[in-house]
Design a binder for this molecule. Sequence first.
Ligand SMILES: [Zn+2]
Length: 159
Amino acid sequence: MRCPFCDANDTKVVDSRILKEGFSVRRRRKCESCEKRYTTYETIEISMPNIVKLDGRREPFNREKILSGIQKACQKRPISTEQIDRIVENIEKNIRDISTKEVSTQEIGKILMMYLRNLDPVAYIRFASVYRKFQDVEEFVHDIQSNEQQFTISESHEQ
Ligand SMILES: [Zn+2]
């Protein structure tokens, strides 16, 4: 790998560490010419299915969108960045496991809600209320009703 500092071609791996239960490797490299050190990460690349939106448009799977959706839902909740990262990883794995070429936004929404439901009631309601509004009002109302008690407790907790 080329040195990002001096552009030399010879760099040496000085340390390798396996991360994320063996799915990624972190390597410390040292340039043979300028002796500067830098880090590279090696991860597995698996193609993700395309996302089919409600209006029928297709777009490539975007991890960032899922991450920001979950972050928004978890705002000001006692949830660590690590917990969020783990969830995004699991969701990604779930979507990969569906192993079709296309996955609908509804399906992704359902997977997200499943994880949020187990994580935190407020985060779940926040996400569900925004998400479901646009597709199934009845289900949304039903959900709010069945979660009402939990919702009230958690919301007063938040203040
Ligand atoms: Zn160098």
